[in-house]
Design a protein around this ligand. Structure first.
Ligand code: ZN
Length: 314
């Protein structure tokens, strides 16, 4: 089997927690981040610099960033949807480590965009270009996510050409990567193969990242399709955080441990320790007071005793 490497971005502290009903304290968020780093994660979405009224779970962004370990081998990502957000992220760098990389969001759909981030598709594109230019001038890396790339709750089908068109325009800002996001968890693998393949063809010089929610149980299959189509980075959240059973239409990210299990057993290197991920999820479940949707944390990794017996028999 050919040696391959995939980078996993842990998005639990941001995408996961902002969709959880249980609020994590700043100290608990830092513990979550550090447990992921101990397990081998080297790139994490740690905060979102949005208005606290819109996303109260992210109101402690500055305090959280101030508490991050200053590790040279780790990249801390912050999300910004407008200039105010990227200015706040840049300000974290004036005292201490701060945010290393900015993520911004261009959305395919006008209706969803206006409801979700108060921007039409064109406005989110313009904002993203402006945010990335500013972030780079401030010495940060800057990447962009194309959200609702596989479907919209209001407009339905999203043509792959719409995603390709956004990718081409966003490429003008020379993002460090373009992430293709299944924001509402509707994608299926054939669609992922098609969309990621087309974007890769349109902007071959830009690394592609893939973001899935396991809303309809297609997330892990989509991740495999994304990898096969040429994505080099995949997002996941510890335990599949974000799938709160008390919220309507629960939409957790694909679980980091489920993704790592699939990749490792398939000969794809991630640099991540599965046992440490599973124990990190155990801690997360303690804070949440409930089980998370991740399946590998419930089942455990590949049975070690059985493997040893098999080796002895051979
Ligand atoms: Zn998401």
């Amino acid at each position: 089997m050919a040696e391959r490497t995939i980078e996993i971005v842990e998005v639990g502290p941001r995408d996961g927690l902002q969709n959880e009903a249980v609020e994590f304290s700043t100290a608990d968020k830092l513990r979550l981040i550090n447990l992921a780093i101990e397990a081998g994660i080297r790139r994490l979405e740690v905060a979102s610099f949005v208005h606290p009224k819109l996303v109260p779970q992210m109101a402690d962004a500055e305090a959280l960033v101030a508490g991050l370990d200053d590790r040279p081998d780790v990249i801390y990502l912050g999300l910004a949807l407008n200039m105010r957000g990227v200015e706040r992220a840049a300000a974290t760098r004036s005292s201490g480590r701060g945010i290393d990389e900015i993520g911004c969001v261009a959305i395919t759909s006008d209706t969803f965009g206006q409801k979700n981030q108060g921007q039409t598709s064109a406005e989110s594109l313009a904002a993203s270009l402006e945010i990335m230019a500013f972030a780079k001038a401030e010495g940060m890396e800057a990447g962009v996510t194309i959200s609702a790339a596989y479907g919209c709750p209001f407009e339905g089908e999203i043509a792959p050409d719409r995603v390709v068109d956004l990718a081409k325009r966003l490429a003008d800002a020379e993002p460090c990567e373009i992430s293709i996001a299944d924001t509402i968890g509707v994608a299926v693998p054939a669609q992922v193969t098609d969309v990621i393949g087309k974007v890769k063809e349109a902007v071959p010089h830009i690394p592609l990242r893939a973001h899935f929610h396991n809303t309809r149980n297609t997330g892990i299959a989509n991740a495999w399709a994304a990898l096969e189509a040429g994505a080099v980075t995949i997002d996941a959240s510890l335990g599949g955080l974000g799938g709160c059973p008390f919220a309507p239409r629960a939409t957790g990210n694909i679980a980091t441990e489920d993704l790592v299990y699939m990749l490792q057993r398939s000969g794809v290197e991630t640099g991540i320790d599965l046992d440490k991920l599973i124990s990190a999820t155990g801690w997360v479940q303690g804070v949440l007071g409930r089980q998370t949707p991740a399946m590998v944390s419930q089942a455990g990794g590949f049975p070690k005793a059985a493997a040893a017996e098999k080796n002895a028999a051979e």
